[in-house]
Design a protein around this ligand. Structure first.
Ligand SMILES: Cc1cc2nc3c(=O)[nH]c(=O)nc-3n(C[C@H](O)[C@H](O)[C@H](O)COP(=O)(O)O)c2cc1C
Length: 402
């Protein structure tokens, strides 16, 4: 088998993992090429297995081309089901059936194996993690017998993803959601038992009832960190400011500095707290009610806000990681300012980034950061997507906690 090279690597989270992708006779089979490629972008080796009805919708060549591996569309003298999912030297770390027809769900629930997909599942059942992603018309999905079969399989430890209900159909969820579920299932749980608080995004400070002051933070860095902690087994609370982005982790949405402050201070029992939010440094002295007239000039008086991270670290036993954004300063000055902030606080680590540079900081998919500890040890994480930066930040945090 050769490993197919792939452009646009997203993370290393599935490196060394082999996934059997079972494809059945749903029209959503056309999505499986994209799904296979996304799994590969996180490092997985993908082996496609198809039912004969799936082949009426998508040609196996498409999956052979996408994965770089032969497609199993019948069980032959090579006993593919045993080499993929048998007890000894099996290739497969997880079986993902996406899309799964009502027919295949019910066959698996009754232990029937008369297709390549159901035969691989029968062989690995109870030993290999199985994720099933149903796709069908809503009327089929609501069939009480199908629902009973889904429940039966859930009771046996099979993970089902909830379909996206649109146009009277139970459709496949977004590809990203399927990939995240696979990663979560396979990821090492090195933060399990830890309670983690992450703040992200900007806050807004009202000028009047329709205008406000804010900043350009998207919240992506904090969201990626929160999701990385979740994948690695932590119990995560994300306090998320005014942003269009959202996350699947438990989220408290806030708008103003005061709301951010209150949400953070009601979570002082965390073991680890990471403050990535670009909280407003000022609030408007006496915001007006209604809409200020634009007929004449106005002076706005800005009052400095408290530093939430300072107050938090004085009132919590958490391992505290702060973020410090600077604009247009050279690297040595960035590090000096970040270390000054760290040493004058109860924080344990500080993550410094220069948000004035292209492809870094606010609104960017990528970042370059420096992590500094109390002994002035500096870790440099060069420019990479924020998912990979998060992975590495957690690896560094792990060195400091037990
Ligand atoms: C174009 C087309 C689309 C279909 N879409 C679905 C579907 O989304 N979900 C489903 O459960 N069955 C769907 N079916 C019916 C299944 O293909 C049929 O139940 C078949 O027996 C499934 O076999 P398999 O589970 O072995 O793939 C579709 C059939 C056709 C021809």
């Amino acid at each position: 088998m050769h490993r197919k090279s792939i452009k646009g690597s997203k993370s290393n989270k599935l490196i060394g993992k082999s996934i059997v992708l079972g494809i059945t006779g749903s029209i959503a089979a056309v999505e499986s090429v994209k799904l296979a490629r996304e799994l590969m972008r996180h490092g997985a080796e993908v082996y496609a297995v198809m039912t004969s009805d799936a082949k009426k919708i998508l040609h196996p060549y498409a999956l052979e081309f996408a994965t770089g591996n032969p497609v199993v569309d019948e069980i032959t003298g090579k006993i593919e089901h045993v080499s993929y999912a048998g007890d000894h030297d099996r290739k497969c770390d997880l079986i993902l059936i996406a899309p799964s027809t009502a027919n295949t769900i019910s066959k698996i629930a009754y232990g029937i194996d008369d297709t390549p997909v159901t035969t691989v599942v029968s062989t690995g059942f109870g030993k290999i993690p199985i994720i099933i992603v149903p796709a069908m018309h809503s009327s089929m999905y609501k069939n009480p017998i199908i629902l009973e079969n889904i429940d039966k399989l859930k009771n046996h430890g099979v993970l089902f993803l909830t379909p996206k209900f649109e146009e009277n159909k139970a459709k496949l969820p977004d590809i990203d959601e399927i990939v995240q579920a696979v990663i979560r299932k396979l990821h090492v749980k090195d933060f399990s038992g830890k309670k983690v608080l992450v703040t992200a995004g900007p806050t807004i400070e009202k000028i009047d009832d329709v205008r406000f002051i804010t900043n350009n933070s998207s919240g992506l860095m904090g969201i990626k960190l929160a999701e990385e902690f979740d994948m690695r087994g932590a119990e995560v609370t994300l306090v998320l400011g005014h942003t269009k982005l959202e996350s699947y982790v438990k989220t408290i949405s806030v708008e103003s500095f005061d709301e951010m402050h209150d949400a953070v201070m009601s979570n002082t029992d965390a073991d680890i707290a990471v403050f990535t939010a670009a909280t407003s440094d000022f609030h408007v002295d006496q915001p007006c009610s209604g809409k200020i007239s634009s007929d004449s000039s106005k002076t706005i008086n800005l009052i400095p806000n408290k530093k939430i991270v300072q107050e938090y670290s004085s009132n919590s036993k958490a391992f505290v990681v702060g973020f410090k954004a600077e604009y247009g300063v050279p690297e040595d000055e960035l590090l000096r300012r970040a270390y000054d902030r760290l040493s004058s606080s109860n924080m344990n680590l500080i993550v410094a980034n220069e948000v004035g540079k292209e492809k870094r900081g606010f609104q960017s998919e990528t970042n370059e950061v420096f992590i500094i500890d109390k002994t002035k040890k500096v870790y440099h994480l060069p420019l990479e997507n924020k998912e990979k930066i998060s992975e590495k930040i957690l690896d560094i945090i792990k060195k400091y906690i037990n």
